[in-house]
Ligand binder design. Structure first.
Ligand code: BDP
Length: 714
């Protein structure tokens, strides 16, 4: 018999040990709030809205599909419900699996959740046509409970609006992540396929909980090595770990792979040997990964190889890969992020110039993947004109969840409001109401293939995304990919309740902070339509003066400040980028008087003394926006401070420190940009703008080293 060590201690020692134990346990509790559990925390709800009702209804759950049988996905749903309900409510649910008739309203991935009385027993029934729908339904039910929804009001039938809801990981095979700010890649390529890190399952659970159903494992700046047998087997191991959660893997295909790893002399897409190589490669991949999703390709962009190297078009290139994948059901996501400094046209116009003439020339399993704006994931851009101009091609929207241009994982920037701006923008592609969202979900032009991608912000950091509030962006991406009609407000509320608490004293302030944060960043970085003022390479701090790189990588190319004014004239008198939009949109953007002020300097070169709607001059307004960015950041700090004692110390302290750096950075942005622009405007800072802390040269001399996520590593 072993005696409990506590029993054989004397009483003094016991109380001392007890204190230590309490200390360990309480610090254990604090450690439990390290963010690892994301929005799936399942801590006990202190006072559920309807305790008895919950207990009754949720004690009996039926999972029903036409097959009516168990599977790894159904097991995942059951496990999640058991864990979730016992954590949230202390309920040990009785979960049964039943057969059901097919329900057209549930489609391929949807579900229906209904309350049903079985005799005297109230039951929750989750019905779906396929197992994955049951899993999605289980997560919805848990979210409802977790956010303290009224369970008797829960009757939902839902299907996703977009079919392929994908995370793009810009992860390299050496585990660094391009533009990744939360540690190294989650994929431990060296130890795969032998070791399956338990984290892969948690990654898959988190994704499934918000409906994400695909992961591109590798960087768009691709390494052809991933297409070789050993790496395909590693990818297959990840695919296996993700499969119960409905997540398919995709890989990036380096266009020169037939030459790089295939031993061919060329990668010319029209060369028969090249076509045969891709066909054989696809065959090989599907042998190893039967449900492989397909390829994501960055071609002829920023030095990547592509079909143009052989005088062929993007359609020629995409179609060869698509034909190879088609017999297996795979797709090609061909990126439209192309521009070239040897082309004399405005960079913002180049993707349209190259892709618009190819509309209708892509094979049916190709989707052209377009960033939300025409330049590059800036804090604010207008929607990409291609969304209104390629009605005969399925178009995917690419969003950047990782905050490459919005302060990395140091600054708080909740991106749902930014994504909603794009999704809700009317392209007029096929008359009024042809929003980007409706182009992407296929409802404008009836495309059967629909997709949306988000460049992931995940990494090996214990809390997954670096900043304790940055997982809100991962969450928001998934929720919008599933249903782009959800409001940013609702998503912020859900995430806050699940990640922190249903306590209104906590939920309200965090939700308010999230919703205010992106506009704060716009104000202190690039207000009024300014863009790409970031320092070279790492894109973290200000560098509006940079003029010594290829022109389309320099901020001076974008802001065009001079003695007269500031901004890029993209109106009919300038580069005429506005001409790439449908006439009703072009008319609004193209006229200084009607252009939304938050995009003014994107489309117009505006005199310093031009009067804005406030009655103030452009210069004064610009200065006040920078100042407001700083003040809004201080507002975030103040709101966060009000949470002292209401949330766990660990996340409280972490965010407090980050916000204080954000405020310092915001001041730096303001002081650097305003002093630099002042060398052109020759005007004083208006009242209300704080004087700069350091002279301009100080900011020019700042050189940051080893900023995470920087491709060159410098
Ligand atoms: C830019 C990034 C670069 C990416 C590129 C892309 O700076 O690291 O490779 O986009 O999307 O935003 O291909």
């Amino acid at each position: 018999m072993t005696l409990c060590p506590l029993l054989i201690m004397n009483s003094r020692l016991r109380s001392c040990f007890g204190l230590i134990l309490v200390g360990i346990l309480s610090s254990g509790v604090a450690r439990a709030e390290d963010g690892y559990r994301l929005w799936l925390r399942y801590d006990r709800i202190v006072k559920p809205a309807q305790p008895t009702f919950y207990a009754d209804a949720l004690s009996h759950i039926v999972l029903a599909t036409p097959a009516g049988t168990d599977s790894p996905t159904i097991t995942a749903a059951r496990d999640e419900l058991m864990t979730g309900l016992s954590g949230l409510l202390g309920i040990k649910a009785d979960i049964t699996i039943e057969g059901s008739v097919p329900n057209a309203a549930c489609g391929e991935e949807g579900y229906s959740i209904q309350m049903a009385a079985r005799g005297s027993i109230s039951t929750v029934v989750i019905t779906a046509n396929h197992d994955i729908g049951v899993l999605y339904g289980a997560f919805t039910l848990l979210r409802h409970v977790q956010t303290d929804g009224l369970i008797n009001e829960l009757a939902v039938t839902e299907t996703p609006r977009i079919q392929r809801r994908i995370l793009d990981h810009w992860d390299n095979l050496n585990r660094t992540i391009e533009r990744g700010y939360a540690g190294f890649s989650l994929w431990d390529w060296f130890q795969l396929p032998d070791r399956i890190d338990p984290r892969y399952r948690d990654y898959a659970r988190a994704n499934a909980s918000i409906g994400i159903n695909g992961a591109v494992l590798t960087n768009v700046n691709a390494d052809a090595l991933v297409l070789t047998d050993p790496y395909l087997r590693k990818a297959a191991a990840l695919a296996e770990a993700f499969r119960p959660y409905g997540i398919r893997v995709y890989l990036t295909a380096r266009f020169s792979a037939p030459a790089d790893v295939g031993g061919l002399k060329t990668a010319d897409p029209l060369d028969p040997a090249v076509k045969a190589w891709w066909a054989a490669k696809a065959e090989e991949i599907y042998q190893i990964i039967p449900d492989f999703g397909g390829f994501l390709v960055k071609a002829n962009s920023e030095g990547q190889p592509g079909p143009q190297d052989y005088g062929r078009t993007h359609a020629d290139g995409a179609n060869v890969l698509a034909d190879a994948l088609a017999p297996h059901g795979g797709i090609v996501m061909w990126r439209a992020f192309v521009y070239d400094h040897h082309v004399p046209d405005d960079r913002a116009k180049q993707a349209y110039n190259e892709f618009h003439p190819l509309d209708g020339k892509f094979h049916p399993n190709v989707v052209v993947q377009i960033k939300n704006g025409p330049v590059d994931f800036q804090p604010r851009e207008p929607f990409h004109p291609l969304f209104g101009a390629m009605l005969r091609t399925p178009l995917a929207l690419e969003l950047e969840i990782t905050q490459e241009y919005l302060g990395a994982s140091v600054h708080l920037a909740f991106l749902a409001p930014m994504w909603k701006e794009c999704l809700d923008a009317d392209t007029f592609a096929s008359g009024h109401g042809s929003t980007v969202a409706r182009v992407v979900d296929g409802s404008v032009d009836n495309h059967p293939l629909t997709a949306i991608a988000g460049v992931a912000n995940t990494g090996t950091d214990r809390n997954w995304c670096g900043h304790p509030l940055a997982a809100a962006n991962w969450y928001a991406f998934g929720r919008l990919a599933w249903d782009h009609t959800l409001s940013a407000d609702r998503i912020a509320g859900e995430w806050t309740r699940m990640t922190f608490s249903n306590d209104p004293r906590v939920e309200g302030p965090i939700q308010t902070m999230l919703l205010a944060s992106r506009e704060a960043v716009v104000d202190y970085m690039t207000p009024l339509g300014l863009h790409h003022l970031m320092a070279t390479d790492h894109h973290y701090g200000p560098g509006p003066w940079v003029d010594n790189l290829r022109p389309d990588w320099t901020p001076v190319y974008y802001h065009r400040a001079d003695e007269r004014g500031i901004g890029f004239d993209r109106s009919a008198t300038g580069s005429n980028a506005v001409g790439q939009y449908a006439p009703p949109v072009a008319k609004i953007f193209g006229d200084l008087a009607t252009c939304p002020e938050n995009l003014l300097l994107w489309f117009h070169h505006v005199p310093w003394d031009y009067r804005l709607s406030s009655g103030r001059t452009l210069w004064d307004e610009l200065c006040l926006h920078y100042q407001s960015g700083v003040e809004r950041t201080r507002g975030l700090q103040g709101t966060w401070a009000s949470l002292a004692g209401l949330i766990d110390q660990e996340r409280f302290d972490h965010v407090r420190v980050l916000l204080s750096r954000q405020e310092r950075d915001a001041r730096g942005w303001r002081d650097a940009c305003l002093q630099y622009f002042q060398t052109f405007s020759h005007r004083p800072l208006p009242a209300g703008v704080e004087p700069p802390e350091h002279p301009l040269q100080y900011y020019k001399d700042v050189h940051l080293h080893y900023v995470p996520g920087t491709p060159s590593g410098l």
